[in-house]
Write a protein that binds this ligand. Structure first.
Ligand code: MN
Length: 492
């Protein structure tokens, strides 16, 4: 699986020949200092590549053409140290589709009160050069991120880092291949969607493979391969069952699914408990252990949530909060302490575990297969989000809710699955009313690392609708927003 560290970002400084050689030399030098400091900060997920200052329309056009066709380049960061007339950017920008960040910073932090003269003023012109640059982005109706602030500040670097992670999410999305082992669950609406539209909008190649093809690979898995996988389970998890054969069967399933994913380059997959022909167990720990390694997963054939899981896991690579496929399961309606209990019949991602997950085997109350092995654990406390992508017919909508996640409020000794509880913002009643009105699914991706702002930027990069339920949300405002969005998208 490709790491996001393999991507890079181009830092493009704009200027013009009017300033003369001396000033342009200084512009180039200052840009290199900024790029080098950003790379050395250790806070960015990928390397930034310094590019020579662009000073003519031809140079701008060539730069963006090269950036568009460079597979490693996940986006560009532009900055105007001096004034760069932005008509010369039109041909370069108008065909550029990759993520684009306008970094509105300035080389010096403070005004040098005693020394400032007109030479200084003519060199340090970001305050007006970047306004000229901003206009052409708006005039071209370009989706872009504007980051404002001093380049040495930690909060500014965090914004840049989050945007770079989001841009990597754009790149991962554009090349995402995924596998459906089984169709959507019979008669379920919200997990359905237009796969052609998804490939046009997001780049997803969503392929179907019959479970029989997987069973064929599974039947050829050797005992030695299973021994190795069980040894891995024992380093990661605690064995808490006597039913070792059931665990070995899950190991066998995981090995087969991984072989299929490796063969075709799948980064996400779905299962469906209604479609297990030839499999003896619904994949439990098999799916969970793959999610732990960054594979996206969706249950009941939910390919949209599987793809979002894979993308958000990629966006948060190397962070330590965790990102997981999730389902709103049961409410706790205690007055003043309302919470949602999230879980799934088996497949909760161990990346969000607060303790070492236990391998257990229990009956599954649904379907007609053998009791599957699964990982059972409690989850972390912390600020997080849940996200749901739905197909509104003619357009995709991404719904995000800010939440405070926590370890289950009390022990639940009889619950045979992993779980996480959360208090949705602004409160359960408002959140659930808005989520339901927006058409949000019961399946979601929960993340302690990816923020609502990152997903908002991602939705902008993809050109889809974004709805955010947060601590300031009210039901009447949400009603209006959904109505206005409907009208706006009809006009598009
Ligand atoms: Mn489900």
């Amino acid at each position: 699986m490709k790491s996001i560290k393999e991507y890079e970002f181009w830092f493009i400084t704009g200027s013009q020949h009017l300033y003369g050689e001396e000033t342009l030399k200084q512009v180039a030098k200052d840009s290199e200092v900024i790029v080098s400091a950003l790379n050395k900060s250790g806070t960015l997920p990928c390397n930034i590549v310094y590019k020579p200052t662009v000073k003519t329309p031809d140079e701008v056009t060539k730069m963006f053409k090269d950036a568009a066709y460079d597979d490693k380049c996940a986006g560009v960061i532009t900055w105007m140290h001096t004034f760069s007339p932005s008509k010369m950017w039109i041909n370069g920008l108008k065909n550029f589709k990759k993520p684009y960040c306008h970094f509105h910073t300035q080389y010096n932090r403070e005004i040098p009160w005693n020394d400032i003269d007109m030479d200084f003023m003519n060199l340090n012109q970001s305050a007006h050069g970047d306004r000229e640059h901003g206009f052409i982005g708006s005039r071209l109706r370009m989706q872009r991120k504007v980051i404002v602030g001093y380049w040495e500040d930690a909060d500014v670097r965090k914004k840049l880092s989050d945007w770079m992670r989001t841009a990597c999410g754009y790149m991962v999305s554009q090349s995402l291949k995924m596998c459906r082992f089984g169709d959507n669950m019979r008669q379920v609406a919200v997990t359905e969607g237009d796969k052609v539209e998804a490939e046009i909008k997001f780049g997803w190649d969503i392929e179907y493979r019959p479970v029989g093809d997987l069973v064929e690979i599974l039947n050829a898995v050797t005992e030695e391969e299973i021994d190795t996988k069980i040894a891995e389970y024992k380093t990661r998890y605690e064995m808490d069952t006597e039913a070792e054969e059931a665990v070995r069967y899950q190991a066998k399933e995981e090995i087969a699914i991984r072989k299929m994913c490796d063969k075709y380059g799948y980064r996400a997959f779905v299962t469906n408990f209604e479609d297990l022909h030839g499999l003896c167990q619904l994949p439990g720990i098999a799916a969970q252990n793959m999610m732990m390694d960054g594979y996206g997963f969706g249950a009941e054939g939910d390919w949209k949530v599987a793809a979002m899981d894979a993308i958000m896991k990629a966006m948060s690579e190397g962070m330590n909060g965790g990102t997981a496929f999730m389902e709103d399961y049961t409410y706790h309606f205690e007055k003043g302490n309302e919470h949602i209990l999230g879980a799934h019949m088996l497949e909760v991602c161990p990346l969000i575990a607060a303790n070492k997950p236990k391998i257990q085997v229990h009956e599954l109350g649904i379907g007609d297969r053998q009791p599957p092995a699964r990982l059972v654990f409690d989850s972390k406390d912390g600020d997080a989000i849940v996200a749901s992508l739905v197909d509104m017919g003619g357009r995709m909508r991404l719904i995000v809710n800010d939440i405070k996640a926590c370890n289950p409020l009390k022990p639940m000794p009889k619950l045979p699955v992993a779980g996480v509880m959360w208090k949705p913002m602004p409160d359960l009643a408002t959140s659930a009313e808005c989520w339901i009105m927006a058409g949000g699914a019961h399946h979601s991706v929960l993340s302690y690392d990816v923020t609502a702002e990152m997903l908002h930027d991602w939705a902008n990069m993809m050109g889809i609708e974004f709805v955010h339920i947060n601590e300031r949300t009210t039901v009447p405002d949400m009603e209006k927003e959904l109505l206005y969005n409907d009208i706006a998208y009809k006009l598009k």
